[in-house]
Design a protein around this ligand. Structure first.
Ligand SMILES: Cc1cc2nc3c(=O)[nH]c(=O)nc-3n(C[C@H](O)[C@H](O)[C@H](O)COP(=O)(O)OP(=O)(O)OC[C@H]3O[C@@H](n4cnc5c(N)ncnc54)[C@H](O)[C@@H]3O)c2cc1C
Length: 298
């Protein structure tokens, strides 16, 4: 969008049926519904700025290099610059039994691609692990229902109540969820300073059991087999979580398959967002990088 605003001819290729990538997953998390507005904004801006958008098209390096991609729109000119914003895919950890049908990625869980049972283990307690856990404990986002939200957080509209604060009465969770992480110690320490406490309070109020210092031994029909450790790393015992499903939130990996062939062929490439750095949940960084690349184009 920024490059088009500066007068460049831009074509956008997206393998999915809509723009947004991981942000469309994020927008389904309770409290993150406003992300849909960001996607709506960019959809409209691409239109206003005459960007040619190819949805449902996983573009290849060959197509970009020989100009076939641009020729598809009747413009035989080859591309001069390629911004690689191919993002991330969920990382699947190497656990014996990880291919068991009860296991699914966070993307499949949140996008509703799979049925999810009533007892669920979430592997990984980073930002996505917390988000997915919150998603799994509700049927409907309380953020979209003011009365329910007020009840959940103990907020009153009664002017006679000091501070408008009452006793929180959260709805019971719709699933029993276990959040498991390898690292010992308290979960959620690395979440954002201003929002981390909300996530930690939410999983607590939904009765989520948080298990840290776990080694994942095996996944089989009886569930997730763990060896537990204390804060000092000493083994404290074994446990099997008898769950219906396991949702993997164990990080992400950059998708960079276009980088080498395009760079070797001498095209100017710019890598941004998750394709550049997979470890952070940071759409703002991705958008800033894209804007900076566009601003620097000759
Ligand atoms: C549950 C969840 C919660 C999140 N919460 C937040 C948050 O609160 N705040 C925040 O800042 N960020 C959050 N994020 C992260 C945010 O969504 C990402 O930082 C952002 O989406 C990264 O954007 P990206 O464009 O780099 O990559 P992606 O979102 O991964 O998008 C890459 C896109 O490229 C497409 N693609 C890949 N290869 C090709 C190809 N060859 N041809 C065509 N298309 C291709 C993919 O289909 C995909 O749509 C969250 C993410 C998740 C999953």
């Amino acid at each position: 969008m920024s490059a088009a605003q500066r007068g460049h001819r831009v074509e956008l290729f997206e393998a999915g049926e809509t723009i947004g990538g991981q942000f469309t997953i994020a927008a389904r998390i309770p409290g993150k519904e406003e992300f849909n507005e960001t996607i709506r904004y960019y959809t409209r801006q691409l239109e206003i700025n005459n960007v040619t958008v190819h949805l449902g098209e996983r573009v290849t390096a060959e197509a970009i290099l020989d100009g076939r991609a641009s020729a598809a729109t009747g413009d035989a000119a080859k591309f001069t610059d390629v911004v690689i914003a191919t993002g991330v895919v969920p990382r699947i950890p190497d656990i014996p039994g990880i291919e068991h049908p009860m296991v699914m990625s966070y993307a499949d869980a949140v996008l509703g691609h799979r049925e999810i049972g009533k007892r669920v283990a979430v592997i990984g307690a980073g930002g996505i692990g917390f988000d997915v856990t919150e998603f799994l404990t509700v049927d409907e986002s309380p953020t979209l229902n003011l009365k329910e939200w007020e009840q959940e957080w103990g907020v009153s509209e009664d002017l006679s109540i000091p501070g408008f604060i009452t006793k929180p009465r959260p709805l019971p969770p719709v699933r029993e969820v276990f959040m498991v992480q390898r690292k010992p110690g308290r979960q959620g320490k690395t979440l954002g300073k201003t929002t981390g406490w909300v996530h930690r309070a939410t999983v607590k109020m939904k009765g989520v059991e948080q298990i840290s210092g776990a080694v994942y031994d095996l996944i089989d029909d009886s569930g997730l087999h763990l060896t537990l450790h204390d804060k000092e790393g000493n083994e404290t015992g074994k446990r099997v979580l008898g769950v219906d499903n396991i949702v993997v939130c164990a990080g992400q990996e950059s998708v960079r398959d276009l980088v080498d062939p395009l760079t070797v062929a001498g095209l100017t490439t710019h890598i941004i967002g998750g394709a550049d750095l997979a470890s952070e949940l940071d759409a703002k960084r991705a958008i800033r990088q894209g804007t900076e690349v566009a601003a620097a184009l000759p």
